[in-house]
Design a protein around this ligand. Structure first.
Ligand SMILES: [Zn+2]
Length: 134
């Protein structure tokens, strides 16, 4: 691959960057706003991790990775972001497959459990929310 071919690939997903009408200005590094946002989040996450690592090296207990609610919030944010990325692209990047499979298993388990235990009102609300997110 030569340099010009490499420069038209998205720095996040590796997909093709659509050609621009106006050739002036800086070349686009990402194929979409979702990829740019994902790359920005990744940089922020890395910076946070570096900071966390330094803090952990100072701490007595090196196994502290953050409290459960922080970890959950991160997971939910990543799932939301990945959902938007997949919708934008129209396919699943290889780097997202592990998360998609895990989410699939989660949904399958939840759907097997939920119908018996939910009240009629809860089922209706769930159906409304599912319609909204589609
Ligand atoms: Zn991209």
């Amino acid at each position: 691959m030569n340099a010009s071919e490499e420069s038209i690939k998205c720095a996040w997903c590796g997909g093709k960057i659509p050609p621009r009408i106006d050739p002036r200005g800086r070349k686009a590094r990402y194929c979409s706003g979702a990829c740019r946002a994902a790359a920005t989040r990744e940089r922020a996450r890395k910076a946070h991790q570096d900071e966390l690592k330094r803090a952990q090296e100072c701490a007595q207990d090196s196994f502290v990775l953050g409290n459960p609610s922080e970890i959950l919030a991160t997971v939910v944010t990543e799932i939301d972001a990945t959902t938007r990325l997949i919708r934008d692209r129209g396919d699943v990047p290889a780097s997202c497959e592990e998360m998609v499979n895990a989410a699939r298993a989660l949904v399958a388990a939840a759907e097997q459990q939920a119908p018996q235990t939910l009240t009629r009102q809860q089922r209706r609300r769930l159906a409304r929310e599912q319609k909204k997110t589609r």
